[in-house]
Design a protein around this ligand. Structure first.
Ligand code: SAM
Length: 238
């Protein structure tokens, strides 16, 4: 899968992607990330990408021209790609949408705004507007990284142990179960005995109960469309 990022701060993206799961996926060739500096697509001799807002008001607005030039440059190879504008006004990004992007898009362009946002007319050249949550960031770079990271985790072969993505929060409609590692006893806080029992059936049931309990406590809104077995466990917990 290929990601192309349009930003005025390429180094933010370039630094993050070198590490951990993403870095390994890049090295394995499972994913490709190309970062473009928007300033390379401006015709202004000072490489200016913003200007004052029509109608007045606070802050600066990113001009359409550099985005248009960059998009046309990318599209010149005529390969299909999904163009995503990162914006707090977009469709909310979820694990389900990450899965959809992974399954349906071989290439994505992530367009990062700054300042007060981007000239509205850029929307005529994108496929989707996506928000990573109901809060306002100073720029789209973190949003681009959130999308790249969560989508790459879902690409077969990107994780060392593929099961770890399947067991993650949201994948089955509820949150993950609690995890423990050595030491067995930390200042009197003990690892639950069942995890030391070696009884895999009991461990699986304990984990399912803990996952449902955790979800009921923190995210009851997720508890829809449960299987009859999960419903039975949930009723026991209530
Ligand atoms: N004035 C805009 C508004 O209130 O809708 C916010 C502009 S924000 C300061 C600058 C840029 O950060 C946006 O153009 C967008 O690319 C990015 N951004 C901020 N919050 C975001 C979010 N929740 N999801 C995705 N991108 C976001």
């Amino acid at each position: 899968m290929k990601f192309e990022v349009l930003t005025i701060f390429p180094e933010i993206i370039e630094c993050y992607i070198k590490h951990g799961v993403l870095g390994k996926a890049l090295n394995k060739g499972i994913v490709e990330v190309k970062v473009y500096n928007l300033r390379d697509f401006t015709s202004d001799k000072h490489k200016k990408v913003d200007d004052y807002p029509y109608g007045g008001g606070a802050g600066m607005v990113m001009q359409i021209e550099p985005f248009y030039n960059a998009i046309m440059h990318l599209k010149a190879d005529e390969k299909p790609r999904k163009l995503v504008l990162l914006s707090p006004q977009g469709r909310k990004f979820t694990q389900k949408l990450a899965q959809k992007f992974m399954e349906e898009s071989k290439a994505m362009v992530l367009i990062c705004g700054r300042y007060e946002g981007i000239d509205e007319r850029v929307k005529a050249f994108v496929d989707e507007e996506v928000s990573i949550g109901d809060y306002v960031l100073s720029g789209g770079e973190l949003a681009a990284l959130v999308i790249i990271d969560s989508v790459v985790r879902l690409i077969p072969g990107a994780l060392g142990d593929e099961l770890s993505a399947v067991e993650d929060s949201f994948m089955k409609g509820f949150l993950d179960y609690p995890h423990y590692t050595r030491p067995e006893d930390f200042k009197g806080m003990k690892v639950p005995e069942v995890l030391l029992s070696g009884d895999h059936k009991k461990i699986a049931l304990w984990r399912k109960r803990q996952a449902l309990k955790n979800t009921l406590k923190n995210r009851p809104d997720l508890l829809k469309n449960l299987s009859p077995e999960d419903m039975r466990i949930l009723k026991e917990l209530c």
